[in-house]
Design a protein around this ligand. Sequence first.
Ligand code: SF4
Ligand code: SF4
Length: 369
Amino acid sequence: KPMENRITDIGPPHFAQFFPPVIKKNYGKWKSHEIIQPGVIKYTSETGDVLFAVRVGCPRLVTTDYIREVCEIADKYCDGYVRWTTRNNIEFHVTDEEKLRALLDDLKSRKFPGGSQKFPVGGTGAGVTNIVHTQGWVHCHTPAIDASGVVKAVMDELFDYFGSHKLPAQVRIALACCLNMCGAVHCSDIAILGIHRKPPLIEDDRLQHVCEIPLVVASCPLGAIKPATVEINGEKKKTVRVNQERCMFCGNCYTMCPAMPLADGEGDGIAILVGGKISNRISPPKFSKLVIPFIPNEPPRWPTTVKWIKKILETYAQHARKYERLGEWAERIGWERFFELCEIPFTEKSIDDYRLAYDTYRTSLHFKF
Ligand code: SF4
Ligand code: SF4
């Protein structure tokens, strides 16, 4: 009884009230599901009801006109119900095959002015679904890269894998624009991670006027910040100092204190990690591993990042066994062979070395610069 005793005047309203009638009726009774074609999942309930979910790729940042069009489609075919998945796909739900065919034809007919598909159907099964990603330069304090721009550049290149099942298994791609990782970078088949490579600058003259020093000290996950006092033009100023050897360039301090910027046009860039997953099918869940430590930031189309992701994906597609996820394939053939086949240079930066943990925290399973 999900609605019972729930306080609804705080937080989002309970999701159950937005269920389409067929989902409300069959809640907890769905017996099986199958992907009947790329992008279309058929659910069958023990009551005999069926539901077709049509998955459509959607950019994460959309215009109000676009949303109006989505609502118009939902009104026409789905009694006004529509949902967005955690990977920013749109799902339209219909309950009979006739409506399904009409909906698919309608979606196919809608194009952007340049002729590209506006509502591509796909993102299921052994393909690439939408990239789960963060906000990047649009709104956050600490990004090292853009998010939507990189995702657009990558997905344009991988578009064929969205509407097909040509891969050995599903490939989940994620992007986080800093290592605080609002995206699922730690557990994705291919992960794009924005990284800073320098500690924050400290603007001593204004820090005490714009920042709460205890808050700044507490914001550092590595305990690298301590209070300090400096003299500027004969005036004593309260400020902070950063133990640079300990800093992992996360930017949490900048989130708390605008006098500690760490964005850097040349130092910031992208790291690529691969082989993570959350599924426990065939093998237990895995963390992603760092394979390319640094690629420069190259807006507006990030060609080097796109090239490497395509190379990794296509090498996996060519060599892995059916149902094998990217990390399972790399572990079966050995990571040395993975680097060889993908033609990724193996450098000392790819090696973890816990001995350094005695005098610096700037080392972990994935990060060492
Ligand atoms: Fe902000 Fe980092 Fe999250 Fe990107 S990943 S939105 S920079 S906290
Ligand atoms: Fe600490 Fe992160 Fe700031 Fe470095 S960037 S001082 S690790 S909070």
